[in-house]
Design a protein around this ligand. Sequence first.
Ligand SMILES: [Zn+2]
Length: 380
Amino acid sequence: MVNEKRLVRQFQKLVSIDAESWQEREIANYLVECLEDLGLEVTEDQGNLVYGSPAGNIHAYLPPTAGGESLLLAGHMDTVSPGKGRKAFVHKNGKITSAGDTVLGADDHAALAEMLELVKVIQEDRVAHSGIEFSISFAEEAFCKGARAMDFSLIRSKRALVLDLAGPVGGVSLAAPTILSIYLDVIGRSAHAGFAPERGIHALAVAAEAIAQIPMGRVHEDTTVNLGRIHGGSTKNSVPDRVHIEGEIRSMSDRRAVKEVEKIRRTFQEAADRAGARIHMQTEREIRAYRMPEESELMTLYRKACASQGISPYIQETFGGSDNNVYAEHGIQGLVIASAMNEHHSKEEWTSAGDMAKVTRILLEMVKLSTNMEYEYAEL
Ligand SMILES: [Zn+2]
């Protein structure tokens, strides 16, 4: 049986450990210790070496006691800032919040507490299962950098639940966008603005001309374009020779996102050509769009698991990414499910004991439903 008090204590312990992105050594140590104490096979990969950051992704495996396919439960160990010196306060109405000066970090430490409670319940109640994998990434909040460097040879499951969605319990997200980042330089030629402006090529004017021609905002019902940062020039009496621009494109269609990038490149190139300037543009694919069918087997199981708790799942559209984008790229079918967090990425972030317990019971039901008992008998 899910032990709500123990679950809250576990959550409070996790919250007491600083875990901002790229500073996950301490939380990783704690998680490895907890998972090993529970008897799981724990591996920390070396994905962090790509970035020179302190902790890798954690993989843990609970070997099966029955037949069937294993299930991957995923979360992330890092939090956004301000996340130093977090404390979790349990209020009379059941809400759990920070002291108000930091995020709570229920994103994603509620999920981690639920996973640890799940293992305890499975072991105490001797729940038969077909193998459960846990994958806990670092630097998820930095565009899934940890998952992108993950050692996927460790993962055997084909199905995953990614516990990283805000909102009421029962929420599920089936799709996420492509996000492309743009880094663009316009390179002109500097000259004294008073003595010899004719000798200069005005990079700022080129950039302004191009930007004025680029539609921004929601350019299509499922696509947004934003140039969000610009800096350049040196002094007020010099023709600026360089302007740097950063932006992003999001789209539920990967192809449309790529098209929008090309439009931006063309517009800047043409403006540069007219003035004799040059451009240098780099794009980085942060995540790739995916869409899970509503009729998938995993979704059917999730519906049943929620129903067992008297909840009907509701499909949530998100326009942000999660580690599930990366799992999808590696052929793993995953659902991003509500993990008992609200108003995340703010100091008002909150969760509750009741919600965390509910999510844990839904996970337990998922484990039971995805265990093929017939197969077990056949093996015996
Ligand atoms: Zn998260």
